[in-house]
Design a protein around this ligand. Structure first.
Ligand code: CA
Length: 255
C-alpha cells in the first residue's frame, strides 16, 4: 500500500490565454508543490515552472537527511532540519529566478507564489510564500494551514479591514511576498503531524478566490481523490474562471 494517494490538475480558466500556474506531485518523494507565476510576456510561466522544478531538485537531494522522521516523527531537531530544507529549496529558487530576471529584461519583475507540502510518514512540513494555499481536512473539519502573504491578509490581521470588507476590496490580488521578485524572500515554514485519512488541498488563488468558504470545500474534498480537482475547477469556471486554476489533493494512508 502506498503511503500517499494524490491527484493534481491545472486549468487555464475561461479568460486567460496562458496558464502561468505550475504544479508537481511526487508520491515517491512525498512532495507536492503549487506555484502561481507573476509577470507579463509569459515570464510568469517561466517563474512558476522554474520554482517547482528547482524545489523538487533541492528536496530530492536533501530529503535523505531527514528520512529518520518516518520512524521517529517526534525528533524535534530533525523536524527543524526538515523545515530548513524547505526554506533552502524556496530560497534557492528565489535566487535563481531573480537572477534570470536580472539578465533578461523581458523577464524583469517575474516571480511566483509557492506552497510546498513535504510528507515524511506522520510528519507534514509546509513551506509558504505568497497567496496560494494549503488546507487540511480531518475528521469532518477543514482548516487553512498557510497564511496568505497579501496586503489584505495583513490589514485583516491588524484590524484595519474586516474579512467581509476584504471580500470587496479593490486591491485583493496584491501580494507582499513572492519567489523571485527580490534576491531574498522570507519563507514561512511549519510542521504538522498527520494521521491516516488526512487530506490536503493545495491550490492557487484562481480556485480559492471563487471557493472562499472552507465549509464549501470540505464535502468536495471528501469525494474520491481523482474527482476532487475537476469538481473544484468546474466550480471556479462556472463562477467566472478569470484566473488560472490549480488544485492538488493528497490523502495520507497508514504508514
Ligand atoms: Ca493566480
Amino acid at each position: 500500500m502506498p503511503r500517499y494517494t494524490s491527484f493534481g490538475q491545472s486549468d487555464v480558466g475561461r479568460v486567460r490565454k496562458h496558464n502561468e500556474d505550475a504544479f508537481i506531485i511526487d508520491d515517491s518523494l512525498g512532495l507536492y508543490v503549487v506555484a502561481d507565476g507573476l509577470g507579463g510576456h509569459a515570464a510568469g510561466e517561466v517563474a512558476s515552472e522554474e520554482a517547482v522544478y528547482n524545489i523538487r531538485g533541492w528536496v530530492r537531494r536533501e530529503r535523505p537527511k531527514v528520512e529518520s522522521l518516518i520512524t521517529d516523527p517526534y525528533d524535534v531537531d530533525q523536524q527543524n532540519v526538515a523545515e530548513q530544507i524547505l526554506r533552502g529549496a524556496i530560497q534557492a529558487a528565489t535566487y535563481l529566478i531573480h537572477s534570470m530576471a536580472e539578465f533578461d529584461e523581458t523577464k524583469a519583475g517575474m516571480g511566483t507564489t509557492t506552497s510546498v507540502l513535504m510528507l515524511l510518514g506522520r510528519v507534514a512540513v509546509i513551506g509558504q510564500v505568497g497567496d496560494s494555499r494549503i488546507y487540511l481536512a480531518r475528521d469532518g473539519q477543514i482548516a487553512q494551514i498557510t497564511d496568505d502573504h497579501t496586503l489584505i491578509a495583513a490589514q485583516i490581521r491588524e484590524g484595519m479591514l474586516t474579512p467581509e470588507e476584504a471580500r470587496y476590496a479593490p486591491h485583493r490580488n496584491v501580494i507582499t511576498r513572492a519567489v523571485g521578485s527580490h534576491e531574498y524572500v522570507e519563507v514561512d515554514t511549519r510542521v504538522v503531524e498527520t494521521i491516516p485519512g488526512d487530506r490536503f488541498l493545495l491550490c492557487s488563488d484562481g480556485l480559492h478566490g471563487y471557493v472562499e468558504e472552507p465549509d464549501e470545500i470540505l464535502p468536495i474534498l471528501s469525494l474520491p481523490v481523482d474527482q476532487v480537482c475537476q469538481r473544484l475547477i468546474d466550480i471556479a469556471n462556472t463562477r467566472g474562471g478569470k484566473d488560472n486554476i490549480t488544485a492538488i489533493v493528497v490523502e495520507v494512508h497508514e504508514v
